[in-house]
Write a protein that binds this ligand. Structure first.
Ligand SMILES: O=C(O)CCC(=O)C(=O)O
Length: 265
């Protein structure tokens, strides 16, 4: 395994609803800050739907066509700085359909995986405007087996368990998770880390959109459930160093993957 220790950076940004160009500029500024200040990141993560926010009634005109603008920025950036990027999610337009999609880039600027949200969130009318993804987000970065999912997906423990059984040692979660459900956000993320004995790296947005307030609290949680870093409610870059060795240590101390009883449940 090439890089056992990773510096992660979470771009906990505010998002201007329905203003992709403003959001691209904001993201570029935060990407530059992430590589210019502090320890050089090995992997960078952003919030969900960072290009448009939840401008669902105009999403057909606003979504990134075939993800081209996003791809151009993130492929160039990841190659220039030799950094892995979990680039989203974005509102992505494919033909006439819109998806809520993450692109993952390696240090050479290759798009190594994508994942479109499979559980659409009815409280925010996602199912009226978006198509659900049809496959899971399972991939490798620096030879580290990883998984990704988006926001509401964390309410479905079967999904993260499936990714863990597929080998994932780290789970990336972009989100737009609002008030008043901070307690759900923190508890579910910690549970996903503890029950799967994996790192959970999550990035939530901040700011207000209409009447909805987003609280940030992006988190890096280790496989023992310890919170290594957590944002407050302001725009900021959150950093943590993670040591992938810990996954094996926790999994051998309490061997839940050996003790599972899949014949009974
Ligand atoms: O499940 C929740 O409470 C929030 C989910 C959400 O906001 C989303 O998936 O966009």
């Amino acid at each position: 395994m090439a890089h056992k220790k990773w510096n992660v950076a979470l771009l906990q940004m505010d998002i201007a609803i329905g203003e992709p160009q403003l959001n691209f500029s904001k993201l570029e500024a935060m990407l530059d800050e992430a590589v210019q200040k502090g320890p050089k990141p090995d992997v960078i993560l952003f919030p969900e739907m960072w290009n448009t926010g939840y401008a669902l009634d105009r999403i057909q005109e606003l979504a990134d066509l075939e993800g081209k603008q996003t791809h151009e920025l993130l492929s160039t950036f990841s190659m220039k700085h030799g950094v892995n990027v979990i680039g989203g999610s974005i509102a992505e337009k494919k033909g006439d359909e819109i998806y809520n999609t993450i692109y993952a880039y390696d240090r050479e600027g290759n798009r190594v995986a994508d994942y479109s949200k499979i559980h659409l969130f009815r409280l925010m009318d996602e199912e009226k405007y978006l198509q659900e993804g049809k496959s899971l987000g399972q991939f490798q970065l620096d030879d580290i087996p990883a998984g990704m999912m988006i926001c509401y997906d964390i309410r479905f423990p079967e999904l993260s368990r499936k990714l863990a059984l597929g080998g994932a040692q780290i789970l990336f979660v972009p989100a737009e998770w609002p008030n008043p459900r901070l307690h759900h956000w923190r508890t579910l993320l910690m549970a996903r880390a503890i029950e799967n004995q994996m790192f959970v790296v999550s990035c939530n947005r901040v700011g207000i959109s209409g009447t909805t307030e987003f609280f940030g609290h992006s988190m890096v949680i280790d496989p023992w459930g310890e919170v290594l870093a957590e944002g407050d409610e302001t725009e900021q870059i959150i950093r943590a160093e993670i040591d992938m060795e810990l996954v094996g240590q926790v999994r051998s101390r309490i061997p839940i993957f050996e003790d599972r009883r899949p014949t009974l449940y």
